[in-house]
Write a protein that binds this ligand. Sequence first.
Ligand code: ZN
Length: 369
Amino acid sequence: MTDDLARYHRQTLLVGIGEAGQRRLLSSTAMVVGVGALGTIAADLLTRAGVGTLVLIDRDVVEFTNLQRQTLFDEADAAGSLPKAQAAARKLRAVNSAVRIEPVVADLTARSAEKLLGRHAVDVILDCTDNFATRYLLNDLSVKHGVPLVYGAAVGTTGMAMTMLPGRTVCLRCVFPDPPAPGVMPTCDTAGVLGPVTAMIGAHQAAEAIKILVGALDRVSPLLLEFDLWDNRRRGVDVSTLRESNADCPCCGKHDFAFLDGRVGVDTTVLCGRNSVQVTPPLELVHERLDLAALHHRLAPLGRFDVTPFHVRGTLFAPRAGVAPAGIQDDDDPPVPLTVTVFPDGRALIHGTTDPALARSVYARLIGS
Ligand SMILES: [Zn+2]
């Protein structure tokens, strides 16, 4: 065994990988979108496994409430409000200096997604995001460009995962044709999340990515997996049967990439002179008015919120939630608290910032879209 493979000895011993598989891994590129609970676990394992290049995309900064489960970050990262992609890159370079780590501090949008993918010859995408807008965008990106996608999600004590190989398996929209309406699904910020669940899903995603990168496609899981670590439930639904009817799928069947084309998605408008951003969910998804009383109940622990017949409005407790990415924040300047107003049609005004990425992030975490 040559020196460059020595550190991977316990991995090259595996029949499914061997030295040939390891060399494939060393020349591969993985893109991790969302460097939070799932992304830190998956990125750590892929770096240790020896992928050639790891692209890390995240729009947020590290906060103290992340440390319970986001294993690449520490208190200094949170105190400094470091961008997650940068903080993770620093840790991962210390873990394995042979891996090219490319942090991208950016919001993945319909406009930026193809540009980012085009900059790297990506062999696999890991969906470690916390919102449906980016998730459906990644599904379009995967199918259009034929790049495998490993989906993962976790909230509360449950996690879910599925691997998609364009042209060979179903896509996300074959299984879930449309994202849920805003305000309907719980988020980690409103319902909490158990660290071991995110670790389990992130590790599963890393395993699926390794199989893809070494070319063991026959070993990729054909199941939509669901775990509840609190209630000890696990379930695997074989979604391969949906393949027979996927000619009707708008994405992989009809090649209509509505999310990537920017026709459906979360929209933001910076309101000049008002230090606010308006966030508008896809109107197609808002079939009925939001239940404002229920939303108020969910948001109550996160700030001082009031409900009226017209909106839910309040100021977030966590001042760090309003901090712009590093460089903008001045230590002498206390962070500006964010005020959020949500209307029954799902539209929200985020007051206290002019950064669309921050507004989208807050929206995804509070309203869930
Ligand atoms: Zn499909």
